[in-house]
Design a protein around this ligand. Structure first.
Ligand code: NAD
Length: 459
C-alpha cells in the first residue's frame, strides 16, 4: 500500500519504518526541516535500538522516503497516518493543535478517497472533531453539485514502548482499531486488518471497536500502568517503614496470574512523554464531565513524591544542606535504551540536589546530549546551578571523588560494575539506588553503605 506518515518522532518514525519493512511504500513527512534533512542522510534523530539499520535498508530498497512537503504527503498515501505530538496544554488537557494542522493539510490537498488514521494519543471525541474539520474544508472546496472525495477517520492508538519500539511494533500484543459509523469508515476496518495482518504472525491481533472506545482504551491502558507503578512505589515506601523487604513481596504478589509480574518494580517514579501527560489529560476529561478522578489524582501525587525519594534518603544520611558535597548520578533518560528526557525524574532530582548546594557529576550511556539540552532549558534562569553540573565520560569518571552515587536509570551497563574500582574512586562508599539493581547484603559485604527503594530492611 502507499502510506503517508505525518510526524517522524518516536511513534511516527518507527511506524513508518516498520510498515516499509513489510513491503509498503512509505513517505514520512515532518515540519521539522532539520529532522527531515537528518533522515534524508539516513541518520536517525533519536536513539532507538535497531532503527538505523531498518531506515538504511528500506531507503535503499526504495520503500521509504522523507519530506517536509505536506501536499506531496497527501498525494502519496491512500492511508494517511497522523503521528504528531499531543503534549499537555496549560490546563493539563491534550493540545491537539498539531493533529488539526495535519487534518487541515489533508483536507486542503486531497483529491481522492483517503483513510485518515489517528495514531497520536487523543482524547475521546477527537476523531469526530477531525472528521468534522475535514468535512468542513472539503465542503468549501467542492461547493457545487459535484461530490467531494470521500474519507474515513480511524483511531489506531499506539502502544509501543521506547527502547523496544521496533519489536513492540513488529510483534504487537494487540492492535486497536476504532471505527466511525459511516459506511466508508466501516470499510476502512477491512483495510486496516489487511495492513496489519503480517504483524499478527498467524494470529489476528486487530481488535475493532467504535472510535470513542479506541481513544479511551489508550488512556485507560496508560492510566492503569501508571497506577501500578505508583501503587508499587507506595508499597515499597511502606515496606521500608515496616522493616519489610519489598523484593520477595514483589515476587509473591506477581506470581498471582490476576496480578502478573510486570510493572511491579519500585523506583524513582514514572516519567517520559506519555504517562504524566496522559494521566493528566484523563483527569481533565473526568473534570469536564463532572467526575473528578480521585484515584488518578493520587497516582500523580505519589509519583511527584517518588521523584524526590532519593533526595529524602540523602537528607536522612547527610542532613538537608548539601553544600560542598559532590554526587554522582548514573542515568538521566527516563528509562533505559532511549535518549528521551521528557519528564525524566532525573530532571527533578538534579534541580533539588543543586538547589541544596551539591556539585553533580552525571553520566548516561546515550542521553548526554539530550540531557545537556534539557537541563540548560530547565535551569536557564539559574546559571549558578548549571555551573555545578559536570558531564562525565564514563560511570567511574562520574563516581570519582563523589560523596554518594545515585542510580536513577537502570541501564544494563550499571548492573554489574567493577565494585572494587567503584568503591576505590568514591570519596564515601554511599550508594543510593533508585532502581534496586544490587543485592543489599552483597553490597554491604563489599563495604558500601547501600540505600534502596523498599529493601532497606535487609540486614
Ligand atoms: P514526538 O514529539 O517524538 O514527535 C512528533 C513529531 O511530529 C515531531 O517530529 C514534530 O516535528 C512533528 N510534527 C508536529 N507538527 C507536525 C505537522 N503539522 N506535520 C508534520 N509533522 C509534525 O512525539 P511521539 O513521542 O512520537 O508521540 C506522538 C504521539 O504518539 C503522541 O500523541 C504520543 O502521546 C503518542 N505515543 C507516544 C509513545 C512514545 O513512546 N513516545 C507511545 C505511544 C503513543
Amino acid at each position: 500500500m502507499n502510506l503517508t506518515l505525518f510526524g517522524t518522532g518516536y511513534v511516527g518514525l518507527v511506524t513508518g519504518v516498520c510498515l516499509a519493512e513489510l513491503g509498503n511504500d512509505v513517505l514520512c513527512i515532518d515540519t521539522d526541516a532539520e529532522k527531515i534533512a537528518t533522515l534524508q542522510r539516513a541518520e536517525v534523530p533519536i536513539y532507538e535500538p535497531g532503527l538505523q539499520e531498518l531506515i538504511v535498508g528500506n531507503v535503499r530498497a526504495g520503500r521509504l522516503a522523507f519530506s517536509t512537503d505536506m501536499a506531496r504527503g497527501v498525494a502519496h498515501g491512500d492511508v494517511q497516518f497522523i503521528a504528531v505530538g499531543t503534549p499537555s496544554a496549560d490546563d493539563g488537557s491534550a493540545d491537539l493543535s498539531h493533529v488539526f494542522e495535519v487534518a487541515g493539510a489533508i483536507a486542503t490537498h486531497m483529491t481522492s478517497f483517503k483513510v485518515i488514521v489517528n495514531k497520536s494519543t487523543v482524547p475521546v471525541g477527537a476523531g469526530e472533531a477531525v472528521h468534522k474539520a475535514v468535512a468542513t474544508v472539503l465542503a468549501q472546496r467542492w461547493p457545487g453539485a459535484q461530490p467531494a472525495p470521500g474519507f474515513a477517520v480511524v483511531s489506531n492508538p499506539e502502544f509501543l514502548k521506547e527502547g523496544s519500539a521496533i519489536n513492540d511494533f513488529m510483534r504487537p500484543d494487540r492492535i486497536i482499531v476504532g471505527l466511525g459509523e459511516s459506511p466508508e469508515e466501516q470499510r476502512a476496518g477491512d483495510l486496516m486488518r489487511a495492513l496489519y495482518r503480517p504483524f499478527g504472525h498467524g494470529h489476528d491481533r486487530v481488535i475493532c471497536m467504535d472510535r470513542r472506545s479506541a481513544e479511551f482504551t489508550k488512556y485507560a491502558a496508560n492510566a492503569m500502568l501508571a497506577t501500578r507503578i505508583s501503587f508499587m512505589n507506595e508499597m515499597a515506601n511502606l515496606a521500608d517503614r515496616l522493616r519489610v523487604d519489598i523484593e520477595p513481596v514483589r515476587v509473591g504478589i506477581g506470581a498471582d496470574p490476576r496480578i502478573g509480574d510486570s510493572f511491579l518494580y519500585p523506583g524513582v517514579g514514572y516519567g517520559g512523554s506519555c504517562f504524566p501527560k496522559d494521566v493528566t489529560a484523563l483527569q481533565r476529561m473526568g473534570d469536564d464531565v463532572g467526575l473528578p478522578l480521585r484515584l488518578l489524582a493520587a497516582v500523580a501525587q505519589v509519583n511527584d513524591g517518588q521523584k524526590r525519594q532519593l533526595v529524602d534518603r540523602l537528607v536522612q544520611r547527610l542532613g538537608p544542606d548539601f553544600s560542598g558535597q559532590r554526587f554522582a548520578l548514573w542515568g538521566l533518560a527516563f528509562k533505559p535504551n532511549t535518549d528521551d528526557m521528557r519528564e525524566a525524574p532525573s530532571r527533578v532530582l538534579v534541580r533539588e540536589l543543586l538547589e541544596r548546594g551539591a556539585v553533580l557529576q552525571v553520566f548516561d550511556p546515550v542521553a548526554m546530549q539530550e540531557a545537556r539540552r534539557c537541563l540548560q532549558d530547565d535551569l536557564h534562569d539559574r546559571p549558578d546551578l548549571l555551573a555545578r553540573i559536570r558531564y562525565a565520560q564514563s560511570p567511574l569518571d562520574a563516581a570519582r571523588d563523589a560523596d554518594a552515587l545515585l542510580i536513577v536509570t537502570e541501564w544494563q551497563v550499571f548492573r554489574s560494575p567493577d565494585f572494587d574500582a567503584l568503591r576505590a574512586v568514591l570519596r564515601q562508599p554511599l550508594v543510593v539506588d533508585g532502581r534496586n539493581l544490587y543485592e543489599p547484603r552483597s553490597m554491604r559485604a563489599l563495604g558500601f553503605d547501600y540505600l534502596t527503594v523498599g529493601r532497606n530492611a535487609v540486614d
